[in-house]
Design a protein around this ligand. Structure first.
Ligand SMILES: [Zn+2]
Length: 279
């Protein structure tokens, strides 16, 4: 008597358990699937947003350095708004300015307050402090940085550019180019040559007092070969981590188009440590 009902009841109980397990399982699976779909959608949306926001961050870091410089508000300098005189003839000056701007040169900044002097070079006080710290940090690692050039006035830059133009005119045609020759484009090949190395007045980053040229005093390399020195290695490794740690960005790094001059690996501009951070 005992066995009979049991035999009949067990399959029912088992079946109920199987169905229950199947239902719970299906429910759980369905929930999981929904969850994962929701997660997928969220992450797709996230990466889409990131792509839109970070179009910027996919640019080479050097290009972002150059761009950042023009976004910084310098507390001790103001933008130059009128292109200063070059050779003193309006048509000739406009012609040269146009050539310079086509290469990427832009009007720069002049100091609004006093500069401080170090070894005959003048700098903005904040840039001078940062330079001293950078030099000391390098020294502690056996790297010898020297300050070659700091602030340069508009007038000094005018003299530099004009004397280059005169000198090269004499070499090419026996006498300096006339204003008419310059304005008509006859001196363009020479002007292009000069612009690769020298800024026109008003367009040099040295005007502000925030820009420095550095040399490696322990190296036998020439100034233009700074890129091959230990000092440059030290400053530039890990996306210029050392320079940036002290608030400096490379002024004219390699790999960026339309800089103005060709790349100048020895030039750095102080923008403040906060402005050297990139997401
Ligand atoms: Zn320089």
């Amino acid at each position: 008597m005992d066995k009979h009902p049991r035999k009949k009841r067990w399959p029912k109980v088992l079946l109920t358990i199987v169905i229950a397990v199947a239902l719970v399982g299906a429910g759980w699976y369905g929930w999981q699937w929904q969850q994962s779909r929701a997660t997928d959608e969220a992450s797709t949306q996230q990466s889409r947003n990131a792509q839109q926001e970070n179009g910027e961050s996919r640019k080479p870091i050097e290009q972002r350095f150059v761009q950042r410089y023009y976004e910084v508000e310098f507390s001790g300098a103001e933008r130059i708004t009128e292109p200063p005189e070059i050779v003193g003839n309006q048509a000739a000056d406009r012609h040269i300015q146009k050539r310079a701007e086509d290469r990427g040169y832009r009007l720069q900044y002049t100091p609004t307050g006093p500069l401080k002097e170090i070894n005959g070079e003048k700098l903005q006080p904040e840039a001078l402090n940062a330079w001293k710290k950078l030099k000391q940090a390098a020294g502690e690692e056996g790297i010898y940085l020297d300050l070659v050039s700091g602030h340069r006035s508009i007038q000094t830059q005018r003299i530099i550019f004009d004397s280059q133009l005169r000198k090269r005119g004499k070499e090419k045609q026996g006498s300096p180019y006339t204003a008419q020759q310059i304005a008509s484009g006859k001196a363009d090949p020479v002007i292009e040559e000069i612009l690769r190395e020298y800024s026109i007045p008003g367009y040099s980053k040295h005007h502000s007092g925030y820009t420095i040229d550095i040399s490696d005093s322990a190296s036998s390399k020439s100034f233009e070969e700074f890129g091959q020195t230990e000092a440059f290695q030290w400053l530039s490794k890990k996306d210029y981590a050392k320079a940036r740690q002290y608030g400096f960005l490379p002024s004219y790094p390699e790999g960026v188009e339309n800089l103005g001059p060709q790349a100048e690996l020895w030039e750095y501009v102080w923008v403040g440590k906060d402005n050297t951070e990139f997401r």
